[in-house]
Ligand binder design. Structure first.
Ligand code: SAM
Length: 198
C-alpha cells in the first residue's frame, strides 16, 4: 500500500481509538479481506458503518468491490462520509444514513457483513438474508464478545452484559440450527461466523 494511504489508515484508527468508536480488529479485518479475495466476492452489504473504517479497508484491498453500508448514528455517518471521500472511494462505497432495521434494500449481494448492535444480530440476519445470492455468505463479527460467550451466564455480574451475552448465544444456536445456511465459527479476533447460503 502506498505510504500516504498507510498514513491515512493510521489516522483513521487513531481517530477511532481517541473517540471510542469500535472498529474491526486487525486480525479479523485481514481474515475477512482474504476471504473476500479468495472467494472473488464483488458486492458487500454492511450493517454498521461506524466511521467507514471496515468498508474502506475492504474496498482498498479489492479494486472490484462495491459496498453498500448502513449507519444510524449521525456523527459517525458524517465522519464516514468524510473518510470515504478522503480515500476517493465515493464511487464504490454507498453510505446510507438510517436505522438498518427500517431500511429496505432490493439488490442482491455476495456478502452481508453484520457489525452493528450485537443484541440484534438475528434481526439483521432475518431482514437482509433475502438479499444474499445462493451459495454466498453472511459474516457476523464479535461472536465471542470479549470471551464472555464462553462463560457461564451466572459468572457475568452485570445484568445488561448478561442479557447481551444470552442474545449472542441465542444467535449462535439460531445459526447452528438454520436449515438454509451452513455456518462455521472462527476464533479469530473477537470471534466471527461465516454462514453460507445453501
Ligand atoms: N464496521 C465498522 C468498522 O469495523 O469500521 C464498525 C461498526 S461499529 C462496531 C457498529 C456501528 O453500528 C455503530 O456505529 C452503530 O451506530 C451502528 N449501528 C448499531 N445499530 C444499528 C442499526 N440498527 N442500524 C444502523 N447502524 C447501526
Amino acid at each position: 500500500m502506498v505510504e500516504s494511504i498507510t498514513k491515512d489508515i493510521r489516522e483513521l484508527k487513531k481517530y477511532a481509538l481517541d473517540n471510542k468508536v469500535p472498529i474491526m480488529l486487525d486480525e479479523s479485518m485481514d481474515f475477512m479481506i482474504d476471504f473476500i479475495t479468495r472467494n472473488n466476492l464483488n458486492k458487500v452489504l454492511e450493517i454498521g458503518s461506524g466511521i467507514g473504517y471496515s468498508s474502506i479497508m475492504m474496498a482498498l484491498a479489492n479494486p472490484n468491490l462495491k459496498i453498500v453500508t448502513i449507519e444510524k448514528d449521525e456523527a459517525r455517518y458524517l465522519e464516514a462520509i468524510k473518510n470515504i471521500k478522503k480515500f476517493d472511494l465515493e464511487n464504490r462505497i454507498t453510505l446510507i444514513y438510517k436505522d438498518a432495521l427500517e431500511t429496505k434494500i432490493e439488490d442482491k449481494f455476495d456478502l452481508l457483513f453484520i457489525d452493528a448492535a450485537k443484541a440484534k444480530n438475528k434481526d439483521f440476519f432475518n431482514r437482509f438474508e433475502k438479499n444474499i445470492t445462493e451459495g454466498k455468505y453472511i459474516i457476523t463479527d464479535n461472536i465471542s464478545f470479549h470471551g464472555y460467550v464462553d462463560k457461564d451466564d451466572n459468572e457475568i455480574e452485570s445484568k445488561d452484559l448478561r442479557n447481551l451475552v444470552i442474545k449472542i448465544k441465542d444467535y449462535i444456536n439460531f445459526l447452528e440450527e438454520h436449515d438454509q445456511y451452513t455456518t462455521r465459527f472462527y476464533k479469530i479476533g473477537d470471534g466471527l461466523s461465516i454462514s453460507q447460503k445453501k
